[in-house]
Ligand binder design. Sequence first.
Ligand code: 3HC
Length: 325
Amino acid sequence: MYAQMVKSEATNDDPERLAAFQARIDAGEKIEPKDWMPEGYRKTLIRQIGQHAHSEIVGQLPEGNWITRAPTLERKAILLAKVQDEAGHGLYLYCAAETLGVSRDELTEMLLDGRMKYSSIFNYPTLNWADIGAVGWLVDGAAIMNQVPLQRTSFGPYSRAMIRICKEESFHQRQGYDAIRKMAEGTPEQRRMAQDALNRLWFPSLMMFGPSDKDSVHSEQSMKWKIKMNTNDELRQKFVDQTVPQIEFLGLDLPDPGIKWNEERGHYDYTDPDWSEFYDVIKGNGPCNTDRLAARNKAWDDGKWVRDGLLAHARKKAAARVAAE
Ligand code: 3HC
């Protein structure tokens, strides 16, 4: 049932109802969980919000592994706070998805058995401290570029979750830029590490925005429903335009020889990522896919006794309430 459910599609709903629904969206109204919605709208939201929630949770892994190795107490405290924030983001998003009639357990099980995805970026390793700076700067930078417009998305609970998430993501991006700036202004070896991190994470960061518009399966319908507010290429271009001056300010070399200001377009030209690598990574063949899913499976299995205990407690309380009535 759920393999089917996570596929987004326009469904055969009553045309009049569909038109009234579309008119609400076009007028900028928020859709709330108890409102009528087309089944395709609900499925698309569950797919996108669920995938987003999983990304927040899996995204803790590449950074969490540096908490014990942060170079100073201050950097450790900052990283610890950031990783905790990501857990919180996952929880807000799972709550938003739950209002659409899917439970957190079901979503997690779909992640663990490969029916749902998480962001491709988290299948790349963080090899050293410069990578942690680059993740905050580039990965959270790309995430915000995508998420700020989602604050205006049509589904109320998703849009409200995004407002809170964006406030925190902006701190994440700044701390990453500050960490990488320290490295870029440091010893020749630290500067070399910063450059290497930028070179390795640049194209995977561009991939976060999804395939190019001509290959995006869901964009057209999702934008009509205001589940997405921009196309993948629009946001990727904004990210490149914002980040190139930051690279120049850091005095680092551009990670792509194809980056050039295009006067006519008023944007930077850049080289597309290797899309065959992107599809390979989202199929499960990236450098860290196996490790990431193994870690999530272990956490799920290890936490079973806690879930069981909480459920038993809740059942006991409910039974006592019924008995007292
Ligand atoms: N990683 C993994 N899969 C991706 C992907 C990516 N970077 N980009 C696209 N895909 C998948 C899609 O899920 C879809 O597959 P499916 O049909 O099996 O679900 C397929 O590739 C085709 O892509 P589309 O462009 O048609 O898909 P979407 O319309 O869903 O667009 C998206 C993709 C732009 C990522 C959109 O889903 C979106 O805006 N999602 C919300 C934001 C989000 O998920 N962000 C995660 C970033 S990480 C993060 O926030 C953590 C923070 O701490 C850094």
